[in-house]
Design a protein around this ligand. Sequence first.
Ligand code: MG
Length: 376
Amino acid sequence: MSTIARVEAFVVSQKLRRSFYFSQWGYDRRAICLVRITDTDGRHGWGEGYGPADVVRAGVEFFAPLLAGGDPLRTGALWQRMHARGADFARRGVLLAALSAIDVALWDLKGKLLGVPVHALLGGKRREAVEVYATGLYFDDEPELATRLAAEAESYVEQGFRAVKMKVGLGVEADAVNVHAVRAAIGERVRLMIDSNHAFSLREALDLVCRVEDCDIAWFEEPLSPDDYEGYRELRRRSPIPIAAGECEYGLAGFHQLFGAQAVDIAQPDICACGGLTEVQRIAALARAHHVALTPHCWGSGIGFAAGLHFLSSVDVLPGRLRTPEPLLEMDRTENALRDELTQPRFRSSDGRVAVSDAPGLGIEVEPDRLKAFTS
Ligand code: MG
């Protein structure tokens, strides 16, 4: 039996050709912490953490000694060992992202050791391809922002996406103009979601809901501060637009609080932050018990996207019916070479769906020369 020989963290980064921003801050580069776990036979698994890459790397280095000599098949026990060591200091937040990165790498390695895809380990796939939505439509300093956003949204529809998500959070007046422009551009048949990244007060969020109610919005994501559970509950009660949140929530206990507050219609755990594949399964079970839909947040490299694909291919969706609704995975379309060039195979959507691999583990490999280029 092989044991864990090495846990390595790599910070990969890329300077963007064009910077962009959202309601909280701007991006002029992308940086991600990847994890590679190698066993004593030289086989390895890959994971990644969602959060500030250098801080995630410090977290991975904090947990790494706990894994030395461990059995890579015992993902649950290893998760528990890491969680117990971190719980006194960081029950939520970036240390959970580090734990998630390691957990995803362990699942990838476990699949490779057993010769089965991760979706088989999660209960088996229920669909051959996962429906995806395009995330883009960020802000820039273009003077005609609404026109630029409308053209970008049209390009996603031309690429076959049937659902797109745009940023709001500049201010309700400007946001309403942009949302109407995008809806007019994409027509009635494409789903449109809005995401403020917790930019608003309750009153502002209600104001925006009124202003865009005629735009058939599929969900309003992170309208309020992730700490404002009471505000979420009140907004959800009064909003005809479904409310989504969860990318800033961590662990089963965090989602227990979110669901207990009746805060959301749709939960959005990030597999690479909420506690990995081990924890997202528990969160999915809890969401099911609360009759809350699940649409994971996903904004990183091909590793995190592959984890999302395997997970969503294996979940069931409520309510059950002959033509069940399909779960949706986020497919970030912003400039990101770490997503497009680092891993093989490249993920492409066809008719708004991405096929799920049956190769062992997550079914992806990191290209060594690209890894070198992005870490230097
Ligand atoms: Mg979001």
